[in-house]
Design a protein around this ligand. Structure first.
Ligand SMILES: Nc1nc2c(ncn2[C@@H]2O[C@H](COP(=O)(O)OP(=O)(O)OP(=O)(O)O)[C@@H](O)[C@H]2O)c(=O)[nH]1
Ligand SMILES: [Mg+2]
Length: 368
């Protein structure tokens, strides 16, 4: 499933430095001519597509980006230092538009691609440049040109990196609300969510991913029970599934272990590939039990499922345990991006052998 992530920002290039007005003053050299150097050029601003950035989340915090201005020139024909260029990392696939003119400035489609968005101002001339046969002691100088400024709109079509899976009422929508700005409806009746929702989860500077919340699954979904399984296709391009399990269901007859297995069975009926994706267990609603009881219940569930993968005991409602979950997911995505990049390198080198996938490549637990 795709959705569009958007951000707005202002970019300001550096101004050109002022030219200098100066004259040579040396012993034994009367009437030394002008020797004022030029101002340095201002820095330009570029957008640069970088690997490992999945969303435009960073631009919600910082909105104005400025490149350094050039330094003024000085005597002895010294040119001022140029302001450094500024490179702003953006995700691959970002489309850039000028908000004021509506013009599309570019489309950053490959890692490392750069787009100049505002040019730095030229440095002003020093008085040396104004010297002529009729003007031997010029006092003119250039002030330096201002750097360009632009308001930009970035647009990125994103695909979910992580999918939430679980029974109705497991707390999927509550979790995506806790960790992202997505606001799907939450209610204590099954099938509250009728269509998928995506949210951008920020895990720190230049670190974010996209989470998909889908309708709840129940036993028999493949045969059409509940809302069926067709929306599982929205999870097909994710890299990780989080299976949410309510550790304290209100119904005394409910069995979280049996239900968790039923979900996996439905997943397999939908697609063997989806069932083979890395899948982590997220035990939710820990706030409903005393801490030691919650821990004990979580261990029982994990043991009965014979599950050995990463597991998290959280409360989507209070947020307890969610920062750890977000950090672990982010790290997993970063590592899987790195290992697929190194696999690509290994395949492209004639002697290199493809590296084996990480330990997460195997499904962490089976449904049987
Ligand atoms: N106490 C407690 N309640 C929770 C927690 N997470 C979710 N709930 C409650 O559980 C109910 C169901 O939550 P939802 O987030 O709507 O569940 P869902 O998995 O999205 O459900 P569907 O959309 O129907 O599939 C709501 O009443 C939530 O307030 C939690 O960590 N603790
Ligand atoms: Mg929901």
């Amino acid at each position: 499933m795709r959705f569009v992530d958007e951000a707005r920002l202002t970019v300001q290039a550096g101004h050109g430095g002022r030219g200098s007005v100066s004259f040579r003053r040396e012993k034994f050299v009367p009437f030394g001519g002008p020797d004022g150097g030029d101002g340095g050029h201002g820095g330009s601003v570029y957008l640069q597509a970088a690997a490992g950035i999945n969303t435009l989340a960073d631009f919600r915090v910082e909105r104005t980006y400025k490149a350094a201005s050039g330094q003024p020139g000085s005597g002895r024909d010294c040119t001022g230092a140029a302001g450094g260029d500024l490179f702003i990392p953006v995700p691959v696939g970002t489309v850039v538009r000028d908000i004021d003119t509506g013009e599309q400035l570019g489309d950053l489609t490959a890692v490392g691609a750069q787009l100049l968005v505002v040019r730095g101002g030229k440095g002003g001339w020093g008085n040396t440049r104004y010297k002529s046969s009729t003007n031997r002691a010029p006092r003119q100088f250039g002030r330096g040109l201002p750097g360009e400024k632009r308001h930009l709109e970035l647009e990125l079509k994103v695909i979910a990196d992580v999918g939430l899976l679980g029974l109705p009422n497991a707390g999927k929508s509550t979790l995506i609300r806790a960790v992202s700005a997505a606001r799907p409806k939450v209610a204590d009746y099954p099938f509250t969510t009728l269509h998928p929702n995506l949210g951008v989860v920020a895990a720190g500077e230049h670190r974010s991913f996209v989470m998909a919340d889908i309708p709840g699954l129940i036993e028999g979904a493949a045969e059409g029970a509940g809302l069926g399984i067709r929306f599982l296709r929205h999870l097909q391009r994710t890299r990780l599934l989080l299976h949410l399990v309510d550790i304290a269901p209100p119904d005394p007859e409910a069995d979280p272990v049996r239900d968790a297995r039923a979900i996996v069975a439905e997943l397999k009926k939908f697609s063997a590939d989806l069932a083979a994706k890395p899948r982590w267990l997220v035990l939710n609603k820990r706030d409903l039990l005393l801490p030691q009881d919650a821990e004990r219940r979580a261990q029982q569930i994990v043991r009965s499922l014979r599950y050995r993968g990463p597991r998290f005991l959280i409360s989507a409602a209070t947020g307890e345990g969610t920062p750890e979950l977000v950090e672990a997911v982010m790290r997993f995505l970063e590592e899987s991006a790195e290992s697929s990049a190194s696999k690509r390198r290994a395949v492209s080198s004639s002697r290199g052998r493809a590296r084996r996938g990480g330990s997460y490549d195997a499904p962490p637990y089976s449904g049987e």
